[in-house]
Design a binder for this molecule. Structure first.
Ligand code: ADP
Ligand code: MG
Length: 596
């Protein structure tokens, strides 16, 4: 069974008008091409309008009505038609070539804007959204926009002039017959609008479901190590199968909706021809129209039907494009809670003193209160260690400094400047962070080290690696500093990756340093090596270290013990031991209070 309500945090349903308005600025950038495109569209309709005229002239003269047909006249008519088709060919070429290229430009622009917006979104968004879902939104979902961008204005325009032209020409032959034929149009309009609405809803569900399926697949593939270790293939298969079946179900519903839609258009065609046979036949019998008129009539109605059929077919493309724009709008409408204040100035570089002034914090999504009225002064160059139970809020406290999250109340100052009043870029340039997990981008070792300073010289990169204690192992790699690493490159050990991360920060050279369990995942030997590199890195910088092993922070200037009720104890190693409190118990590995 398919899930009845597919959850999608970003999903919201916008009216078609709102979506078109969102799209228009992109289209407006290509006014000239669009205008030419519409002009060509008008040219192509000439052919369709002239063919019935030619055929009716020939039929009438064969019946002895109107002009007498001669070889010369036939050649002349053929000549006109030939020229029209040449013009038509040129116009078609322009429309499908340049028109589509315009669509691609628009798709590219929209994808760029979506990606730019994604770069602005913060941890809260990324913690709650699966990468697979987001990727689908900015790749596949935007594919259909190309077709949409190009065809939408053109098709509507062609339809408009063709229908208008047929109406005028048909009225000249027989007003009652024309009214009878056109009476069918509103009926079709109502039915199609209804069926289209259903189709659109199905497409929207399909997009959401494929996103879910992608996320499930991504989860399984990324977790293959764990899957294999637990021999949990069956479990993964079941999860995947559920998603796959749900997708099948939704696609099936989509095809039912499409079948209803297509059938309705066919039935409608039949109805129009029926009207022509009946009304046209009777008018001919009564001598109200000529045989040539009826031939022309039939051809015009055929054109009209083809036009309406095209709109109906296009409606499907239209729906897909609108769904793409809707998914795009979902990204663009995701608020950016953490951004520069309107009057933000760059942070004035200083020695790196940090002050927490009555800071409280709760996570925005689940209102989990983590920090309560924390006040804290960290002197420039001070080495501060944060210890305490897992979940005590150490990482949270550190994440507030680079504004990965904004404080709920209170203020944080760096060198006397409120971090909410300075630009995010300058703030984050002031802070170096080494975490437990290191992400290496696809590229060379050198590129990865230079990540925070892309214009670094080769000498600077090598120097940073040397300071981080990474030079030796890098030189031993296949291509030294040019060795390709990352997802598809050479695999490095945890300790090696960590030293590349440290080299990155050396190169960046910030006054403030945050070390969040940087060595926790390492074996003893690597921990010692990385520990030495970190010592060097911390030299002369204000350093906040979250340590899981207390021996590593024994000599720190100050140690803060963080518990669920905030800062529980604070002092040097000796002072805290003398207190015989929480730290004392941690140090001696004695069973602690509930909070520890
Ligand atoms: P520590 O680093 O001391 O182990 P954290 O700062 O990671 O602790 O976590 C403190 C508390 O905040 C925990 O209760 C944790 O569950 C919660 N928490 C951490 N990250 C988030 C998040 N992104 N959203 C909601 N709650 C979170
Ligand atoms: Mg932590």
């Amino acid at each position: 069974m398919a899930k009845q309500n597919i959850k999608d945090p970003g999903a919201h349903h916008s009216s078609s008008g709102a979506l078109i308005r969102r799209f228009l600025p992109y289209l407006a950038k290509h006014k000239a091409v669009l205008f030419l495109d519409l002009f060509c569209a008008a040219l192509t309709t000439l052919c369709d309008i002239f063919l019935p005229k030619i055929m009716s002239t020939i039929t009438n003269s064969a019946m002895g009505v109107g002009i007498t047909l001669t070889t010369g006249i036939v050649l002349k008519l053929a000549g006109i038609y030939f020229v029209l088709r040449i013009i038509d060919g040129a116009a078609q070429y322009f429309m499908s070539g340049i028109g589509h290229i315009m669509g691609v430009h628009i798709e590219t622009d929209m994808r760029r804007d979506a990606f730019d917006h994604l770069l602005l979104l913060d941890h809260t968004y990324y913690n709650n959204t699966k990468v697979g879902t987001i990727m689908g939104r900015i790749t596949n979902d935007l594919f259909d926009v190309t077709e949409f961008a190009h065809h939408c204005p053109e098709e509507f325009f062609i339809a408009f002039i063709k229908i208008l032209a047929s109406f005028i020409i048909l009225c000249q032959a027989s007003i009652p017959l024309t009214l009878a034929v056109f009476a069918c149009v509103p009926l079709m309009g109502v039915v199609s609008v209804y069926l289209n609405g259903r189709l659109r809803a199905r497409f929207r569900q399909q997009r959401i479901q494929i996103g879910e399926l992608n996320a499930t697949i991504e989860d399984s593939l990324l977790g293959q190590g764990v899957v294999k270790a637990f021999a949990a293939e069956e479990q993964e298969r079941a999860k995947f199968e559920q998603g796959n079946k749900d997708f099948e179900h939704i696609k099936t519903l989509g095809y039912y909706a499409m079948a209803a839609f297509n059938t309705s258009t066919r039935l409608f065609d039949g109805l129009m021809y029926l009207v022509v046979i009946l009304a046209g036949g009777l008018s001919l019998v009564n001598g109200k129209i000529t045989a040539g008129d009826l031939v022309a009539y039939m051809l015009y109605v055929t054109t009209l039907i083809a036009t309406i059929r095209r709109i109906v077919e296009f409606a499907e493309q239209f729906q897909r494009g609108m769904t793409g724009i809707e998914r795009f709008a979902e990204i663009m409408d995701t608020p950016v809670p953490i951004h520069d204040a309107p009057d933000a100035r760059p942070l004035q570089p200083g020695p790196g003193a940090i002050r927490f002034d009555d800071v409280s914090f709760e996570y925005p999504d689940d209102h989990n209160k983590v920090l309560h009225h924390v006040s804290l002064d960290i002197k420039a160059g001070e080495r501060l260690a944060l210890v305490g139970p897992s979940g005590g809020g150490k990482t949270t406290l550190c994440n507030l400094i680079p504004r990965f999250y904004d404080v709920t109340s209170g203020h944080i100052y760096i060198d006397g400047q409120d971090i909410q009043q300075v630009t995010l870029k300058s703030l984050r340039e002031d802070i170096g962070i080494v975490q437990q997990d290191v992400y290496l981008f696809s590229g060379s070792v050198a590129d990865n080290i230079a990540y925070g300073k892309p214009d670094a010289t080769r000498e600077e990169i090598i120097e940073a690696a040397r300071l981080a204690g990474a030079e030796r192992f890098i030189m031993a790699l296949k291509d030294g500093f040019d060795t390709y690493v990352g997802e598809r490159g050479v695999k490095l050990s945890g300790g090696q990756k960590q030293r590349i991360a440290i080299a990155r920060v050396f190169l960046k050279n910030p006054p403030i340093l945050i070390l969040d369990e940087a060595t926790s995942a390492l074996d003893n030997e690597s921990e010692i090596l990385v520990g030495q590199s970190l010592e060097k890195l911390a030299h002369g910088r204000t350093t906040l270290t979250i340590a899981h092993r207390l021996t590593t922070i024994k000599n720190y200037d100050r140690i803060l013990v963080l518990g669920s009720e905030g800062i529980v104890e604070s002092g040097t190693h000796e002072e805290l031991l003398a207190k015989q409190g929480v730290y004392y118990r941690l140090w001696n590995q004695l069973p602690g209070e509930d909070t520890l």
